[in-house]
Each structure stands twice: as C-alpha cells, then as structure tokens.
Design a protein around this ligand. Structure first.
Ligand code: ZN
Ligand code: ZN
Length: 335
C-alpha cells in the first residue's frame, strides 16, 4: 500500500500496487510480513504532519513476520526466525547523542515506514541490529507491541520510574491499552482518562484502578491526584488536562510525535511546584528489549481489530475518526 504524497486519510491516500520484493542490504534481513499494526504516527506520515522524506513510501512500523533471507554480513538472525521490525530503523552510533547512550535522539536516525519503506506490504527489510526476536504467539497480538508498547513503556519510565505511585493515561488508544496493563502488573495504581466510555470499559477490563470520563459538562467528580501522567492524545489541550491532575513534583510524559498547539499554561497553577513536562522521542533498543521481555513474561493482552492489508485506507480513516477501541492491525497475508 503505497503513499505517493501526503493526503487526507479520508481520500484513500494509499494505492495497492505490485512492487518488486525488496533486497536486504549487507546487514539487513528480508521479512515476510504476517501482520503490521496501524499506529497514529502512520496517520501523521500519510497526512503530511511529518514532512515527506522520499517521493513514495510504504507506511507501517509495527511489523511481525518471519525472516526469509539474510544479507551477507548478518550474524545474529537466521532464516525462519520470528521477528519484529519497529519504528527506529537505524542510528549513526557517532553523534553526540548516540555516544551518550541516547540513540533515540540520534541526529541521523532512520525510521521504518517513513525514511524507508515499512510493513503495509507482504515483504519488508530491517537492519539486524534493530530487528528483535519475538515469541511464537498470534501475529496480531504481537504487532502493537512493536511501537505502541515500546513507546508507552519509555513514556511510563519517564513519567514515573518506580512502581507504587499513581499514574494517569490521557487518550486511551493502542499505546495506553498496553501501557496501562504493564503498569498495573508492575504494581502501579492506574487511572484512565478518556471522553469515550468504550475506552474506559476496556481500561477497567485491563485492570485500571480508576477511570475518569473527560469532556463532560461540569467536569468529572474529583479524581485521585497523580504522581505521574502520560498523554497519548495528539491534542494540545490534553496536556493541560494532565497537568491539572499532577501532584507537586509530578512528571508528565507526552508520548506523541506530533501535537496540535498547547494552550497557554497557567504557570502558578500547573507548573509551579516542580512539575515537569517531557516530550518522548522514539526509543532506544534497550527500551525495546526490556519491553518485549516484560510483555511476554507478564502476558500482556492486545485488544485488536484485524483488517486485510487491502483495507489500510479504511483502517487509517477509522483511526482518525477515533472509532478504534484498542489497536488496529493489518493482516498482510491476506493481500
Ligand atoms: Zn547518532
Ligand atoms: Zn508508532
């Protein structure tokens, strides 16, 4: 499913085309894609909120599949292995951020399904250093782990590194539904915030300590105050909603690659008291390894809606419309 330039999700921006099977580079593997998750970042790529980096691109960076070919320099992966290909595709290893162990901030990093073709396809490639072995579980369950899960995990660590405190999630989509489960199983108290009652029902089923319906007239009954918060919604005003729930000393992690403008922040009320706001950028490979291990050991569930690859346009439109409860996944074996 190929994008020939940014366009609105409602205009069927992706075209189903026959393209040559990609060749893995020296340190790359060729993956036969079983499933690819649909992430909000794909929507930002498709609609041009993120500027195009190449004339055409195949989106998709939550790839689950099997290695079917390896480049001549590949040592750590072999044909037949079950793997996942995430958003972070490559880093330089040389810039000041890479040298400092902060490769998520690399000045030259590349991305799956943005700077290189991704997983809305039957085949995709990945660099062996950035491709991760996966357990033998349903592909649709694993796909959201590759971005929604990993980024949510990084955001959780940035907002509230130690279990025991109370963490709130604002915007209850694919990422929040995994991160809340993880936090609950690690011993955090969890609070879900959403304007969609179906999201809060899912949150309750996944172990939320409490949930708050937002956007109602007169506001919700006073909810518990938070030690940390994560905003997943790409809507600037949700940053203020989250800050207004934070205790003194609390930290807010904003886990969105793009966001509408944040309204003016009332410093006296929302930042004074040593509250911190941090914008989460991508992830390190260490984050990915830690999360994938935890997700497997703690048996995280995925609430997924599976559609055939050919319905990628409909999937993106549904995501934009806020109709999705849980995560969307494309079955790339069905064409
Ligand atoms: Zn770098
Ligand atoms: Zn993503």
């Amino acid at each position: 499913m190929v994008l020939h330039g940014p366009a609105g999700a409602g205009t069927r921006p992706l075209a189903a085309e026959d393209v040559p099977t990609p060749h893995p580079g020296e340190r790359e593997v060729l993956v036969q894609v079983e499933a690819c998750g649909v992430c909000r970042t794909d929507l930002h790529v498709v609609e041009g909120d993120l500027p195009p980096l190449r004339p055409t691109v195949i989106p998709g960076h939550e790839i689950v599949g099997r290695v079917v070919q390896v480049g001549p320099e590949v040592r750590s992966l072999s044909v037949g292995q079950r793997v996942g290909v995430p958003w972070l595709r490559w880093t330089c290893g040389r810039c000041e951020y890479c040298v400092a162990g902060r490769e998520n901030l690399c000045e030259h990093k590349q991305f799956t399904g943005y700077s290189e073709n991704g997983g809305y396809a039957e085949f995709a490639t990945g660099d062996e250093g950035y491709v991760f072995p996966l357990p033998d579980s349903a592909a649709a369950r694993l796909a959201p782990w590759l971005c929604a899960g990993i980024i949510g995990y990084r955001a959780l660590k940035l907002a509230l590194p130690r279990p025991g405190g109370r963490i709130g999630f604002f915007g209850f989509g694919g990422s929040a539904h995994l991160t809340l489960q993880l936090a609950a199983r690690l011993g955090y108290e969890t609070v879900a915030y959403s304007r969609n009652p179906a999201h809060l029902e899912l949150a309750a089923r996944l172990g939320a300590t409490a949930s708050v319906l937002t956007g109602t007239k007169g506001g919700p009954a006073r909810p518990p105050r938070l030690d940390g918060a994560v905003v997943f919604a790409p809507a600037g005003p949700s940053v203020l909603d989250a800050l207004s729930e934070l205790k003194k000393g609390g930290r807010l992690a904003v886990a969105s690659i793009h966001m509408t403008p944040i309204p003016p922040i009332d410093y006296d009320r929302l930042l004074f008291g040593e509250r911190t706001v941090v914008g989460v950028e991508s992830n390190t490979r260490e984050d990915a390894r830690e999360f994938l291990d935890l997700a497997d050991r703690l048996r995280l569930e995925s609430a997924v809606h599976v559609r055939p690859l050919g319905e990628a346009n409909e999937a993106l439109a549904a995501l934009k419309a806020g109709e999705v409860v849980g995560a969307l996944v494309l079955d790339c074996r069905s064409g």
